[in-house]
Ligand binder design. Structure first.
Ligand code: HEM
Length: 146
């Protein structure tokens, strides 16, 4: 049985055209990702001491700032949904059996959801001053360092 994917340009009033919105999402998230990814690389690898500065304290310091929490959260969500939707397109192009296609697409979104939830939890529950952290590895604002 051949698989029919909804044409992105089909005009069907009263029904959401998910292929069209997926197409638009890929372009908009792509543009946002250029800014987010290059901003991320610039802040981590270019300014200050560059790559040599990256350690636990560096990451802890960044995630103590809501600006970088939101930046990393946007990068996580946009890139994961973008990558998953892109993989869905590839699966739609190549899977020959409808059951296989549905299973693969289901696995893709389940994996995406799990990673989005885990990543979001990490960003917002991260402890920059763990009790068992050695002083030389902790950021300067931790009580143990002062
Ligand atoms: C630098 C930022 C990025 C830009 C500007 C960008 C742009 C795009 C665009 C416009 C498409 C749609 C292509 C089409 O419909 O023919 C696309 C597809 C895709 N993107 Fe991205 N993307 C970026 C980052 C990423 C990242 C971080 C991932 C992985 C997590 C990713 C994975 C994919 C995949 C798997 C596809 C589907 C490829 C296909 O249909 O053959 N992209 N990208």
């Amino acid at each position: 049985m051949s698989i029919v994917i909804e044409p992105p340009r089909s005009a069907k009033p009263r029904r959401t055209n998910w292929e069209k919105w997926g197409w638009i999402y890929m372009r908009l998230s792509g543009v946002a990702l250029i800014v987010l990814v290059f901003g991320h690389l610039f802040a981590n690898l270019w300014v200050g001491e560059g790559i040599k500065a990256i350690d636990f304290a560096f990451v802890a310091g960044k995630w103590a700032d809501p600006f970088w929490q939101v930046w990393d959260l946007a990068m996580l969500w946009l890139a994961l949904i973008h990558g998953t939707n892109g993989m869905r397109t590839i699966v739609n192009d190549y899977a020959e059996r409808e059951k296989t296609r549905k299973l693969l697409v289901w696995i893709l979104w389940a994996t995406c959801a799990a990673l989005v939830v885990l990543g979001t939890l990490v960003i917002f529950t991260f402890d920059p001053c763990p009790a068992n952290g050695t002083i030389e590895n902790l950021p300067s604002f931790c009580p143990a360092v002062k």
